[in-house]
Design a protein around this ligand. Structure first.
Ligand code: ATP
Ligand code: MG
Length: 438
């Protein structure tokens, strides 16, 4: 026997029982996106490594230690499996001149890759659903983004306050961040002995990143550090207040977190996170903010933008935790065919019913060494029919077919009495209607 090949560590198979939940979530997302007039965009999962280095910033966790980067051996190109998708969407918008006549509201869903330590809610291939509004600078669009995510949480059955809460902050503009940066460096320099190796290294390259440290020993130091929000000028504060006003008018509760630091360098002004108390350390289910300088930084015409991304695995984990499960998928009917010689006729009927929109699972034959097609026993077929979760069995028995009919037996009713009824194959529309109303 040859040795077994397993999936890559931190990269999960999503099997049918689970994927039903994924499809249910994706459907809810599509509906909410369409209500807010966001349109789908699909970009490649592999991009040029430069895209992320330039877009996300070279002194970020993602670029420094989490990217799956490799050389295309055919031509020497430096490539990377996308760790996030804002950079890719911005690249595509520039490349296809998407903003030439109007701003764009876009959304995407798909796998992302980060070489992190796998644990609950943290995987190496994970999935994000993201929304990006390109070419919009007003505070109402920061609020729209938050309302969009909030609408999704509500559609999924989550309750604000108990299941999730919103934190917002502002990173101001680059001049304000520069002033804060100087204060931050001075502060950390006065406490050099308390910095870990990573923080020491980042002190003069990207001190803001130190605030995002997960090192428990540095938390109190970080808590007392100068706050960026105290360095904001009037215009930045006005923008922030306007976002809050719209959230207030919509009954969206939030807490202002002056220390909210996001993982990428491209953010400015509003940043926000949706956090749940139910998932332990991996409690951030969605994060986003404004990135007004990224378009120009990536070589496009300057255009303001705002967006967010949610972690699908974390959201599904949260829904599971709260028992908010999609209804189990089951066919409307299960076709029971006792003799193989009746399979062709039965299949022709089943096809007509499927065309009418019914979901029908058909019994398959048991492979025989002599090649003779054989159906399992009547009893075995009923067992399968029951296990499929179908509401009824369609019985293509020899007697029924001889009378040009089929029997429909209800499987999910405990009521005694007439649970089996015969329908003529001359009127399949009537049969379809009966199955639909079961
Ligand atoms: P964290 O602080 O948890 O590492 P992040 O700031 O790196 O998150 P973002 O880059 O903002 O995360 O990505 C948006 C969302 O994607 C996160 O809020 C989270 O729900 C999800 N996410 C990020 N990294 C992973 C991962 N490795 N596995 C699963 N989900 C992830
Ligand atoms: Mg991270």
């Amino acid at each position: 026997m040859s040795s077994k090949i397993s999936a890559i560590k931190g990269m999960n198979d999503i099997l049918p029982d689970t994927s039903a939940q994924w499809e249910w979530l994706e459907e809810k997302v599509r509906r909410v996106m369409s209500r807010f007039a966001y349109r789908n965009i699909r970009t490649p999962i592999v991009e040029s490594t430069h895209l992320f280095v330039r877009g996300l910033g070279d002194v970020t966790d993602i670029v420094e230690k989490e990217m799956y980067s490799f050389e295309d051996k055919m031509n020497g190109d430096a490539l990377t499996l996308r760790p996030e998708n804002t950079a890719g969407v911005v690249r595509a918008a520039i490349e296809h001149n998407l903003l030439y006549d109007a701003p764009r509201r876009l959304y995407y869903m798909g796998p992302m890759f980060r070489h992190e330590r796998p644990q609950r809610g943290r995987y190496r291939q994970f999935h994000q659903i993201g929304a990006e509004a390109l070419g919009f600078g007003g505070a109402e669009m920061d609020a729209e983004m938050i309302l969009l995510a909030d609408a999704l949480w509500r559609d999924l059955g989550l309750t604000q306050g108990t299941d999730y809460r919103l934190e917002i902050g502002s990173l101001g503009q680059s001049a304000e961040r520069k002033e804060h940066r100087a204060a931050l460096i001075a502060y950390f320099e006065a406490h050099l002995d308390q910095l870990d190796a990573e923080a020491t290294r980042r002190l003069h390259t990207n001190p803001l990143r130190i605030l995002d440290t997960k090192n428990p020993a540095m938390q109190s130091l970080v808590e007392a550090a100068p706050r960026l929000m105290d360095y904001l000028g009037d215009a930045s504060m006005a923008h922030f207040k306007n976002v809050g006003q719209i959230l207030d008018a919509n009954g969206i509760a939030y807490t202002i977190n002056p220390r909210l630091v996001r993982g990428m360098d491209y953010y400015n002004l509003t940043v926000f996170e949706f956090v749940t108390p139910h998932l332990g350390a991996q409690g951030t289910i969605c994060g986003g903010g404004r990135y007004d300088d990224l378009m120009a930084q990536m070589g496009g015409k300057a255009a303001p933008a705002v967006g967010w991304a949610l972690g699908v695995e974390r959201v599904l984990e949260l829904l599971k935790e709260l028992n908010l499960q999609a209804p189990a998928a089951a066919p409307d009917a299960y076709a029971v065919i006792p003799d193989w010689q009746n399979v062709p006729r039965a299949m022709a009927v089943v096809q007509v019913l499927r065309r009418a929109g019914l979901a029908i699972q058909m019994q398959a034959s048991t492979p025989q060494p002599d090649g003779v097609a054989t159906m399992p026993s009547f009893k075995a077929q009923f067992k399968r029919a029951d296990a499929s979760g179908a509401k009824c069995a369609l019985i293509f028995g020899a007697d029924e077919l001889a009378g040009n009919s089929v029997a429909v037996k209800l499987l999910r009713t405990s009521a005694s009495g007439d649970q089996q009824q015969t329908y003529s194959l001359n009127d399949l529309a009537k049969l379809a209607k009966a199955l639909q109303s079961n």
